[in-house]
Design a protein around this ligand. Structure first.
Ligand code: ZN
Length: 166
């Protein structure tokens, strides 16, 4: 299914094909470093078509939930993934000419052997927050940072001293 989906991108767009399926999160290998755990799966739909100027596009929709790692407490942060992006298919010549560089739309170089998994991974990685964090006050108590003495707050040390007094 999706794991080894390779398409001829221009043909896929011209014939307005659709490919949908779900991808187990562990298969998204390049996301691993950003994840707290690799549970779950994401639903993916890729549609070929044309934009308003009749240029070939791929529309990528991804929905699911990822378990990111909070950068403050290192706890699990449930991140609802909802991305929807249209990608213009540029020829290699167009890409080399720089004609697409200052365009607002996202674009990729059209390929007769486009690896959809890699494309979907790219799109997901671009949509992730740079430094994911729980909302203020929502961090896990006793998270990894709290257990680490080097990261203990002065207040925690103060509390420990007070306990020693009794
Ligand atoms: Zn947190």
């Amino acid at each position: 299914m999706f794991a080894r989906a390779v398409i001829d991108s221009l043909e896929f767009a011209r014939t307005e094909q659709t490919l949908e399926g779900n991808v187990p999160v562990p298969d998204l290998a390049r996301l691993r470093d950003s994840l707290h755990d690799a549970l779950g799966r994401v639903d993916v739909v890729v549609r070929g078509g044309k934009d308003a100027q009749r240029r070939p596009i791929l529309r990528v929709d991804v929905a699911g939930e990822l378990h990111l790692e909070c950068q403050r407490c290192l706890g699990r942060l449930d991140f609802p993934l909802r991305l929807s992006n249209s990608l213009l298919l540029a020829s290699q010549a167009e890409a080399d000419s720089g004609a697409f560089d200052d365009m607002e739309a996202d674009w990729i170089v059209a390929s007769p052997e486009l690896d959809l998994m890699a494309l979907v991974e790219d799109e997901i990685i671009l949509s992730l927050p740079y430094a994911p964090r729980h909302a203020e006050g929502q961090c896990e108590q006793g998270g990894a940072r709290d257990r680490d003495d080097g990261g203990a707050s002065p207040f925690a040390k103060l509390a420990a001293l007070k306990r020693d007094d009794h």
